[in-house]
Structure formats: structure tokens, C-alpha cells
Design a protein around this ligand. Sequence first.
Ligand code: NAD
Length: 475
Amino acid sequence: MAAPHASFRDSVDRMFTQAARFMDLPGGLEEKIRVCNSTYTVRFGVRLRGQIQTFTGYRSVHSEHMEPVKGGIRYSLDVNQDEVEALAALMTYKCALVEVPFGGSKGGLCIDPRQWDEDELERITRRFTYELSRRSLISPSQNVPAPDMGTGEREMAWMADAYKRLHPDDINAKACVTGKPLAAGGIQGRVEATGRGVQYALREFFRHPDAMQRAGLTGTLAGKRIIVQGLGNVGYHAAVFLSTQDDALITTVIERDGAITNPAGLNIDALRGHIQSTGGVRGFAGGEFRENGMAALEDECDILLPAAVESVIHAENAPRIRCKLIIEAANGPVTADADQILRDRGVVIIPDMYANAGGVTVSYFEWVKNLSQISLGRLERRHEEARARLIVDELERLSADTGLNWTLSKGFKDAYMTGANELDLVRSGLDDTMRVTFGKMKDVWMSNPNVTDLRTASYMVAIRRIANVYRSLGL
Ligand code: NAD
């Protein structure tokens, strides 16, 4: 798939070092922040299909400057120590960047989830949870996993239940993982959160003409041609929101079996349905199919949105990428070598650390909800509505009394008098996070002559915050 390139962890380290050299960090602190604290490898057996099957899993803890540490669990045959350590490091920087009070962690299981049925996957997941729990690598106060590639609400519910059985007296047990289904203590808006965050990040980028100018973009998101790689949780939600709410055109979707293209814009829900029923994009009636998906990354477009796996844009194909803006919905889709090539060519990259931070942001809201044992908005909603009604009633009374006879439109009254529910609050908190964070990164990007890209700016904001925590701890 990819040309020879530096490992994912080398790429993350190089990007970190590139940013750190512009900062005046006390001796040794740069190294302390960069290195991964520990990685646990476990091999465990589960009796399945008449014999003991052995699985290999990892949980890496990159930084405990804040606890709990946080990061997803990936199920894939490609999982390895280098990958989980790179992803754990990214989690540390991501949490610092979006001001989520966690350290960074990541886990993975070397498994192809499609080769096991639901019952088998449940047994494997419960056993993996037991192994993690024995070493406090799953715990509401120390280490809180979440979904990632190959896992979702279902796996998180199994993990939460397995943890609860091991710790029946822990009143906070539900907070041991996030990304759970609502019925198991999840939060509204978590499934869509990462894709929603990608949408909010792009909307924010398009509110800044100076940022758009650097990418050679004008206008709004409407009509912009977007190529999406990976129509899973993140890619699907980003694509469906951008096409149906911002009128962007998803011109190509690249999946494992190839690419499907329609210059007038693909119908994402229909395509998703096709993938679910056939297993791939081949044969979808609403576009033209090509077997060579990787070549489609090089098609001309305004925005490239990789949302599948790491290292898909590397030194070999970077010179041929023909977009103005890349938004890294996946973790690490652009290698350090490709990053340099694209930067030299004037392509602007919205980095993964920021672009896909919607997931961990809403996971944070879920963790807070679990610890407080109450859903967001439950106390305030009707009170807010009653206060809005007071104002509307008073305005209407004044208008009648003074003979002005204003009438407030029904649309306005309904919207104004509706208190925020959990989903409204989650989206509001996420939107705020993406907007405030973009401002912080952009300040560094635009004001520091050494900084020519958003990735370096994002690392600098994150590293500064982590360094401040270490300093306050006396290190
Ligand atoms: P997912 O398993 O739901 O979806 C991944 C999709 O990519 C699948 O449709 C798969 O078929 C496709 N895919 C895999 N390899 C491919 C390839 N080589 N070419 C084209 N398509 C390919 O995973 P996800 O949760 O959407 O995660 C995608 C990326 O986003 C990962 O890098 C993950 O670390 C990152 N991420 C996910 C979350 C989250 O909340 N799920 C949060 C932050 C970052």
C-alpha cells in the first residue's frame, strides 16, 4: 500500500521535535514529554471453536501528567507496539490541545473482528478487559479506553460490564470507558462526535479569510469538492454532515475495495447502505467505480479528508496530491516526510491532533456525566424554558398595553422557549472547543515567523500546556 516510510511513531516524534525546537523548554523536559511512559503487552487465551485461541493485546500509557489517561482501543490485524505508542503520544498532545484534563493512552488487539461472530467477540473483549483491569489499565480514575477502529458502542458496553463485575463496589464503574451506548451510561452525540468535530473544524477554518487565503480557498464550504477515504464511523459522519448541512460535494469515497466517484456529489446515506449490504463500494449505482483506491487520493479536489488509517499519504505520493486543504480525520494519515513535501507545495493541513479531537472531547463529557450520575441539562432545562416564557409573555403584554401590537413569530418563540437537552449541550460544548482551539493554533501560526503550518502550531500549544503542568508539579 504505502511506499517505504518512517514508522508512525518516528513520524509523531519528528513532528514533536520540529515544534519543540522553537520553544525554550528547560533541559530534559522536552525528552520527558516526548517519551512513552510504558507499554503493556498481554497474550491471553480464549477457548473458541474447540481450541484455545491466543490473542495479543497492548495498552500504552504515554503521559500521566494528568490522570486518568485516555485513548481508544483498536481491533485490527495491523495493531503493533509502534502504532499504539504513536497513537498514545498523539492522545497526550490532543488532550492538552483541546483542554481535556487527561493524559494520553491507547490500546489495541491484533484481531480481525470480521472473522469472529458476536458471541466470540464478546468473550474475547471481556477477557481482554480482565487482563487490563488486573493492571489498572482500565479504571475510572486511572485509565479510560474508548472506541477506535474496529470497535464501537457494543465493545465499550461489554468492557464496562466486565469491569463492573470485577469492581461491584465502585460507584463510578460506568466511567471506566466512554463511547458506551446510552442504555449503558453513554452520552447523546458520542457516536457522531468525531465526524461532527471534523465538520465544526472545517466550518471554523472557513470563518477565517487569512487561513483560507493560505490554502488558496475562497467562499464557503458550499460546492467545495471533497474526497473522503474510509466511510466508517468518522468518515461517514463527517461526509454526511458536510454534504447535507454545508452543501459540500463528496465527489469520491475511497474504501478497502476501491473508489467510487460522482463529480455532482455522492449520496452518502445511500452509499453507506450499499457498503453495509455488500461489504464495499463496488457496484454502487450512484457513481463510477475504480479498483485502485489509492490512486483516487491523487484526484483533484478542494479538500482531502482521510478518515481510515495512518501513513496513506507518504513521500512517494505526496508530490502528486492535488488538493488545497487536507483535514486529517484519521490519526497520522500524513507521514512526516509527506508533511514536509506538502507544506513546501503550499497545501494546508488541519492536523489530526485537532481535526479528530471531537471524539475525546465528547468522551470527556461522558466521563463527567458518569461521575456526576446525572444527564446533562436535566436540572436546568425546564427552568430555562420558564424564564424564556416570562420574557416572551412580558414582551407580548407590553406590546398590547402600549398599542404597538407586535407579534413574535411562532418560529422564534418555539426556538427561544426550548431549553437545551443533552444533545444540544454536547454539540455546543464541542463547537466551542473546536472554535476556541482553532483560535489558539491560528494565533501561533500567524504570529510566529518560524511557524509555517498548523501542525507545528498545534504541537506548540499542546507542549506549552503540558510543560506548564510539569512545572506546577515541581518537575
Ligand atoms: P472505523 O473502523 O469505523 O472505520 C474505518 C473505515 O476505513 C472503514 O470503513 C474501513 O473499511 C475503511 N478502511 C480501512 N482501511 C482502509 C484503506 N486502506 N483504504 C480505504 N479505506 C479503509 O474506524 P473509525 O473509528 O472511523 O476510525 C478511523 C480513523 O479515525 C482512525 O485513524 C482512528 O484512529 C481515527 N479516530 C477515530 C475516533 C473515533 O471516535 N472513532 C476518534 C479519533 C480518531
